[in-house]
Structures are given as structure tokens and as C-alpha cells.
Ligand binder design. Sequence first.
Ligand code: CA
Length: 230
Amino acid sequence: MKKDILIVEDEEKLRNTISDYLTLNGYTTLQAADGMEALHLLESSRERIGLVILDLMLPYLNGFELLRKIRAEGEVPVLVLTAKSSEDDQLRAFSMGADDYLLKPFLLSVLKAHMEALLRRVYNKGKRREYGRLVLEEEAHKVYLDEKCLELTPREYEVLNFLTMNEGLVLSRDRILDEVWGIDYHGTDRAVDTIIKQLRLKMKQAGSYISTIYGTGYRFEVTENEDHQG
Ligand code: CA
């Protein structure tokens, strides 16, 4: 599946920089400088667009309005870019169907990592995925370590699934809470730590695939030496 990435960003320089970087990395892009232009492209080229990178502050039709229209029409994944760091805007974007967000300024490599994680999440849904010694079968909600099925609780499975879907990315406890427990959950970050602790125990040697990022959260990554043993 080869589809275009639609970049909706009114700052021309940033839009071109993102487009150049993605093109260099083998993607094809479409560009829109404002909300109306984006809407027209979405209408005329819907089948071609695999993901939308959406700035929230846009002329004519802002990102929230555009997001509402995109979601009214379908399921194309949307990665929101925003300089608005307030939690309200992030929650609002998520509640309106954004799939991920990135705060400006950001590194292009980080944008690409987020984008690729999102593409995997959306387009590899339900597939069997391998990570070193672990195999995750999303349809069956099962995880295997060296072909032996792990006894995970639904919550443990959801956390591990979310971490692996975002392989290589640092996920904050809040982000994990929002995704797995839901944004209405009012418990503490401790819930995440408890699940991770259990997961590491059950995953045995592969528990080292989950790193604690001090002061931030967690990252799932297959470590080198584990890879060779696999
Ligand atoms: Ca803008």
C-alpha cells in the first residue's frame, strides 16, 4: 500500500521542509497551505491520502474544524501538529478523533517516527507482529515469548500492544493512561507503573525490551543482543 501523506500547514517553510524530508525518506506528499485547500484535496484525492499531518492554527478553516470534517467523512489517520501546549487543546483534538499529536517545535526524525507508528497502528491492525523473541497476535489478543503463550490480563495486553505499536517512541504515562484507560480515567500514573512491572515479570528476558525513560515514561524497543539470540 503506497499512499500520499497530506501536509496541512500554513507556514510555507515548515511545510516544504516536512515535505522534502518525507520525500527523501521515500514518501509521496501532497501539500495544503490552509484549511480550505486541504478540504478540496481531501475531496478530490481521498483515495490517495494515507495520512494527514494537520496543523491546528490555520487560516480560513482552522485545524479543529477541518478535523471535524475529516472525521465526518472517514477514518484516515490524523497526526496533529500544534504549538498550543495546553492540555485542553490536546484533549480536544483527541476527542475529535485525532490519532496522535506532536508539539512544535519538533525534530523531523521524531515526526517521521510518530507518523510511521501511526501508519503501522492503522494499516497493520489485526496482523501478527514480531518483535525479537515476542510475537503479538492482535486479532486473538495473544502474546508469545519463544512460542510460549503468555498469560496476560486484558489491561497488560493493551499496554503491551500500545507500546509495541509505538516501537521506538517514548510514551508518557499520561499518554498510556489516555490510550488504555481512557481520557476519563482519574487515577494516578501508578496504574501504568504497576502494569509495566507485571509485564516485565511475565515477559522474562524480553522484559528488557521495555525501557524506563526517567522522568518521562516508557519505550518499547527490541534490544540488539536479544535480537541475535532470537
Ligand atoms: Ca499554523
